[in-house]
Design a protein around this ligand. Structure first.
Ligand code: NAD
Length: 469
């Protein structure tokens, strides 16, 4: 069934502070009632999430086309298929993950007589803050994990992709239990007000800058956080691979959503022995993916980011290769390769988050040194056919995740924890890791009264000398 829900980019008034406080209050009361702890309720709502995405794939594609000019194929894969897989994973394993865990390490007495176990307790009312680049996925996927864990959840999607934000607001109202799952809208000011409220967990996907604001706000209420942030994802291409296939895969990652993906490769280190061939191939594939004739690539989210990218290209000391002309009127930025880039180039000061691919000539050992001089990235990519090179890079760097000989795959593989380390974030989700992110592991040990006869020794006054007492 395809829903008839409308897609609109028309600006709507944001949720007021009073409405947000009311929504929060409602969720607090619902959580206290115990409603969301029921596995039946959780499964019902997870299925509703699944139908919400399945019925509305067309609408989600249209929203992302309106917000980012994104090709439907990318939206279907990135927002819908990945999302549905994450939901199915939670439904399939819900009973198993929610069940008490035994404690094998507990000794005979605690395990059999004393009944030691770990209960999975939902943390309470969770706040989910979403980023703009894959807005549906990064808003709904953490909410799905929260619901699976038995939490109530308040979502606040990014305000920048307006059609997606409006669509998500309408979908949540139509499909999900308003007693326990709510969505509010707003920008930085409204989010700051939200962060004043007491949440039992905060899940933020976005920039490092706002991640720090969230962390500070969470401290006021001692709320645990998961921060899914960004940063510079480097790729290292060693001399042991076919430069053509490495270039093709890297060009694809930079093309997808115009490089506006948190796990996109930021810049590439290429071994001097294949450097020139690699650059030639990267320029070739980048031009090919940008389309024959007219430029075909997702748009940049707004003028500020478009201008930021233009500034980076204008100021780089590297050599710019750009097959197409950018279209300023639509914020469509022509994908660019920049070769002869030195590590000090301003192009490498920050996460690029756009279709610009700097290439640095370096051995994999030099690349490792450079990577370690910057904050830990969310993703790192290794292109190598030599196990000792792969091991050297893995052993001497740290990143949220790694894909070898391809891009972004560690972020979508079922059962794989997805999260950053250091400046790229803290905590992880997806699959069981998502369930656990919103769960408190509560140790429970039950001691029978009759055991007292064996425990006389622990009561004061202590008799150290007579240990057998
Ligand atoms: P952002 O941090 O600016 O915005 C994220 C959320 O924070 C939005 O809902 C926004 O309304 C809110 N916000 C913005 N400014 C705020 C402020 N001053 N105070 C309180 N709240 C504020 O991030 P973004 O620009 O939407 O997203 C881009 C970044 O997100 C990139 O760095 C990207 O790498 C990262 N990202 C990470 C992941 C991941 O899973 N690790 C996924 C997508 C994007």
């Amino acid at each position: 069934q395809t829903s008839t829900i409308t897609v609109s980019s028309a600006a709507r008034p944001y949720t007021t502070a009073e409405q947000a406080a009311e929504a929060h209050d409602r969720l607090v009361k619902t959580f206290a009632s115990g409603k969301t702890k029921s596995l039946r309720w959780r499964k019902w709502q997870l299925k509703q999430f699944w139908w919400m995405v399945t019925d509305n794939e067309d609408a989600i594609c249209r929203a992302l086309a309106a917000d980012l000019g994104r090709p439907d194929m990318e939206t279907l894969v990135v927002e819908c298929t990945v999302m549905k897989q994450l939901i199915l994973d939670q439904i399939e394993h819900l009973e198993e993950w929610a069940a008490d865990d035994p404690i094998p390490e507990a000794d005979f007495i605690f395990r059999t007589i004393g009944k030691a176990r770990i209960r999975k307790e939902p943390r309470g009312v969770a706040l989910v803050l979403g980023a703009w680049n894959t807005p549906v996925l990064v808003t709904f996927a953490p909410a799905v994990a929260a619901v699976a864990a038995g939490c109530c959840v308040l979502m606040k999607p990014s305000e920048l992709p307006v059609a997606s934000q409006n669509l998500m607001a309408d979908l949540v109202k139509s499909y999900l239990d308003p007693e326990a799952i709510q969505l509010v809208t707003g920008g930085a000011a409204e989010t700051s007000e939200l962060l004043e409220l007491k949440f039992d967990h905060i899940f933020h996907t976005g920039s490092v800058k706002v991640g720090k604001i969230v962390l500070t706000a969470a401290a006021k209420h001692m709320a645990p956080v998961v921060l899914e942030l960004g940063g510079q994802g480097p790729a290292i291409v060693t001399g042991s691979v076919d430069p053509n296939i490495a270039a093709k895969r890297i060009a694809w990652a930079k093309y997808m959503n115009a490089g506006q993906i948190c796990t996109c490769v930021n810049h590439v280190f290429v071994d001097p022995s294949i450097h020139d061939q690699f650059v030639e191939r990267l320029v070739y594939w980048t031009a090919k993916f940008a389309g024959e004739g007219d430029l075909q690539v997702s748009n940049i989210i707004n003028k500020a980011n478009y201008n930021r990218l233009s500034g980076l290209l204008a100021n780089t000391k590297g050599k710019v290769h750009q097959s197409h002309k950018s279209n300023e009127a639509t914020n469509t930025f022509a994908p660019a390769v920049v070769s002869d880039v030195k590590p000090q180039d301003a192009l490498l000061n920050d996460e690029i988050f756009g279709p610009i691919c700097p290439v640095i000539k370096a051995t994999y050992r030099e690349a490792v040194e450079d990577i370690n001089s910057r904050p830990n990235p969310l993703a790192a990519y290794i292109f190598s056919n030599d196990r000792s090179e792969i091991n050297y890079i893995l052993d001497n760097t740290l990143s949220g995740g790694v894909t070898v000989n391809d891009l972004m795959m560690h972020g979508i593989l079922p059962g794989t924890p997805f999260g950053g380390v250091g400046e790229s974030g803290m905590g992880a989700y997806h699959g069981k890791y998502g369930f656990l992110a919103f769960t408190h592991l509560r140790a429970v040990v039950e001691i029978p009264f009759w055991l007292d006869s064996l425990m006389a020794w622990r009561y004061p006054p202590y008799d150290i000398k007579n240990k057998s007492n």
